[in-house]
Ligand binder design. Structure first.
Ligand code: GLA
Ligand code: ZN
Length: 699
């Protein structure tokens, strides 16, 4: 069942935890006054409120929550109602210790923290279903109920006996026979052959930790367990409130490297939610990268989240000011809150929601930024910043009917591949940098305002003109066939070093690459040279020399054409960059890790050749200014955002409407303030004058 989230305006608000203030009604009165002033229209309730909702087993107390619902409704707002499973009450852990998680050494946790329940425990599942049923019965028909927020940031794993048993069942179901399992894990090596299903055990520092097939299966299983728990959580909600959409807040993009959340396969998980939502906390103004560099990484995460369902998504949490858990918790510079919030909208988010609306007076997050701080004033920087964004979203209201401009470029991202490559016990752990490599390939397109989508190995590739497939170490033959087919029919692909080494069982390909991969790139892989950090090589291409580090693939040319060669070492002069023409398409292979100068030149030429360059009515001069487009059949919205502390200039081939300053702009130069945002809308009737220079996105 899929329930589309239908919105007539952007959501603005966030986590509200009034369970902390039940005994202080005046605080709650003031909160609601301030919500109104800050143009807050949505509150996420009950996220960790289980002990207030069910203070003793079977004793429920909903009056305080009824009251909050009433107040939200008096102001015409929405509620995103959470199921409280993210933090259990003490009585539950005391009475049913099986709900507590067990670590990889087999030790059971004592009560504490949050997000630490066993995903298998029948008791936990039952208790969660009970409270979820009560919530659905009581609030399912409230007019303000917009959506279910399932638990909070699912993550982690449990190694208890119940989970071990489920793992065994999962393995048995997958492999059917012990022979298949032994073959797949190559278990005769080190005398690890299984003779009974009972011997199957999760990876552990006390047992196996380098059994590659087992490690990967455990990671897959953890995703399966989490989704299975999620399905059990939502069962009563689907039954009692079939029309209410369901989401759970995903994580991602945290410092220092803005890495995608590692522990769960979100491409798989996303199939089970109605709308993707995620929590975004970029550490603006850090001391190791420019604002533009971090903006690029944050843009990428937003594109990744949009790509999970190839649809608009929600920001479920962000901070109005600083957080309390970054290595250094900097304040946002003036303008940055608007910059970051509207960046998300620009990439297809339909919300700016915060953690949290009212700052906790004590406990773990008392210094985390909030809309209403300890000062309880409407005159803090954070409050004013939030109010500004609230106003912007109101001005943008009609843009809720738009989507991010369709992309012609897609980057392949695959969790199995990421996990397998990291665990491969080959190359160099410190320089594999799969995620960083994806960022490096993405960067050119972000700087040139060319939209990018991310695809999984099961996605349809046909909507795209260019597929970038970096470091695809673990590649299924079916995907190699898909690439082959895609190129034959006119597609362009770019592959890189460390590709096509193992199949999905984590077994090496014998006799070289799968045939389809070999035929696609027209080369024959020989070996990968792993360089030490202080070593380098060169890529010579069109009489230019580019720096090469970390990895150099050596290969023989079959049907491909050489475009570049290595400059040094025993493989000097041998191919490093090739292109193969196949059917109506082309497959490029970049055999080594290059510097960004190469990727810039390479993608620039390719973009011209394929016709990816976007013709916009707005021209920028700085790569630190990003122009993202949301559009529908009637209107284009151009989000022009300056990710730098220096003012920049753009040229407009107008007329366009300036949404934030509410005025028409004719042609000419416009300023974009430091960390500033300009939004221009272009009406279809007007833009028809320039139809010939505009990419045709709707026919
Ligand atoms: C996460 C959690 C919130 C809160 C914030 C703080 O996203 O979901 O409950 O702890 O972090 O940034
Ligand atoms: Zn368990």
């Amino acid at each position: 069942m899929v329930n589309k989230l239908q919105l007539s305006h952007f959501l603005h608000g966030g986590d509200y935890n009034p369970d902390q203030w039940i005994d202080s009604p005046k605080v709650i009165d003031r909160d609601f006054e301030l919500f109104k002033e800050a143009k807050i229209n949505t509150v996420s309730l009950g996220i960790f409120a289980w002990s207030k909702l069910e203070p003793e087993e079977g004793v429920f107390n909903f009056e305080w929550l009824d009251n909050i619902f009433d107040r939200v409704e008096q102001q015409g707002g929405h509620v995103i109602l959470a199921t409280p499973s993210g933090a259990k009450p003490r009585w539950l852990a005391e009475k049913y210790p099986e709900v507590l998680r067990v670590n990889e050494n087999g030790e059971r946790n004592i009560f504490g923290e949050r997000h630490n329940h066993c995903y298998t425990s029948p008791v936990y599942r039952e208790k969660v279903q009970e409270i979820n049923t009560k919530l659905a019965e009581r609030y399912g028909k409230r007019k303000s109920l917009l959506m279910w927020h399932i638990s909070n940031e699912y993550g982690g794993q449990c190694f208890c006996d119940l989970c071990q048993q489920e793992f065994r069942n999962w393995i048995k179901n997958k492999y059917q026979t012990l022979d298949n399992l032994n073959q797949s894990y190559w278990s005769s090596f080190w005398s690890h052959s299984y003779t009974s299903w009972d011997q199957v055990h999760s990876p552990s520092p006390l047992g196996d930790s380098t059994f590659l097939g087992l490690n990967l299966d455990w990671k897959r299983f953890v995703t399966e367990r989490t989704i299975d728990f999620f399905k059990s959580e939502i069962k009563p909600l689907r039954e009692l409130t079939p029309e209410i959409p369901i989401t759970t807040n995903f994580m991602g993009g945290n410092p220092p490297d803005s890495h995608v959340f590692y522990d769960l396969d979100y491409q798989e998980f996303a199939k089970y939610v109605d709308v993707v939502s995620w929590d975004s906390y970029p550490n603006w103004s850090n001391d190791y990268e420019s604002t533009a560099e971090l903006a690029m990484k944050t843009a990428l995460m937003n594109d990744m989240m949009r790509s999970l369902k190839h649809d608009n998504y929600l920001i479920m949490e962000s901070t109005p000011s600083q957080v309390n858990w970054h290595p250094f918790n900097r304040s946002k510079r003036p303008g940055m809150h608007e910059m970051g919030s509207l960046q998300q909208i620009a990439h297809g988010a339909n919300s700016a929601l915060y953690f949290q609306l009212h700052q906790s007076r004590g406990a773990s997050e008392m210094y985390h930024g909030a809309v209403i701080t300890h000062a309880m004033s409407d005159n803090t920087r954070a409050f004013n910043d939030v109010k500004t964004v609230g106003g912007d979203l109101q001005k943008l209201q009609e843009a809720i009917q738009t989507k991010h401009q369709a992309a012609k470029v897609a980057i392949v991202f695959d969790y199995d591949n990421m996990w397998a490559l990291d665990d491969s016990r080959n190359y160099a752990d410190s320089t594999k940098k799969y995620w960083r490599t994806i960022q490096q390939h993405y960067k050119y397109f972000w700087e040139h305002d060319i939209p990018v989508e991310f695809v999984s190995v099961t996605d349809d590739l046909t909507p795209y003109e260019l597929i970038i497939d970096p470091m695809h170490f673990m590649m299924d033959p079916a995907f190699a066939d898909k690439l082959h087919n895609y190129v034959e029919h006119g597609g362009h692909i770019v592959g890189t070093y460390i590709t096509g080494m193992v199949n999905k069982q984590f077994l090496a390909y014998l006799h070289g690459w799968p045939q389809a991969l070999h035929d696609t790139y027209g080369i024959e892989f020989i070996e990968t040279d792993t360089l030490y950090p202080k070593q380098n090589n060169e890529l010579i291409c069109h009489n230019k020399m580019y720096q090469v580090s970390d990895y150099c693939d050596l290969f023989k040319i079959d049907t491909a054409t050489e475009l570049g060669t290595y400059g040094k070492d025993f493989y000097a002069g041998s191919p490093a960059l090739t292109v193969n023409s196949l059917g109506r398409g082309q497959a490029f292979y970049i055999g080594c890790r290059t510097d960004s100068a190469f990727l810039n030149d390479f993608y620039e030429q390719l973009s011209i050749q394929i016709g990816l360059t976007n013709h916009k009515p707005i021209k920028k001069i700085s790569p630190k200014v990003s122009i993202q487009v949301r559009q529908n059949k009637k209107t284009d919205y151009y989000f022009v955002i300056n990710f730098s502390h220096v003012e920049s200039e753009i040229t407009i081939n107008g007329p366009v409407y300036d949404v934030l300053s509410s005025q028409m702009i004719e042609s000419g130069n416009q300023k974009v303030a430091p960390y500033g945002v300009n939004i221009y809308s272009l009406d279809l009737k007007l833009k028809c004058n320039t139809c010939s220079t505009r990419p045709v996105l709707y026919s």
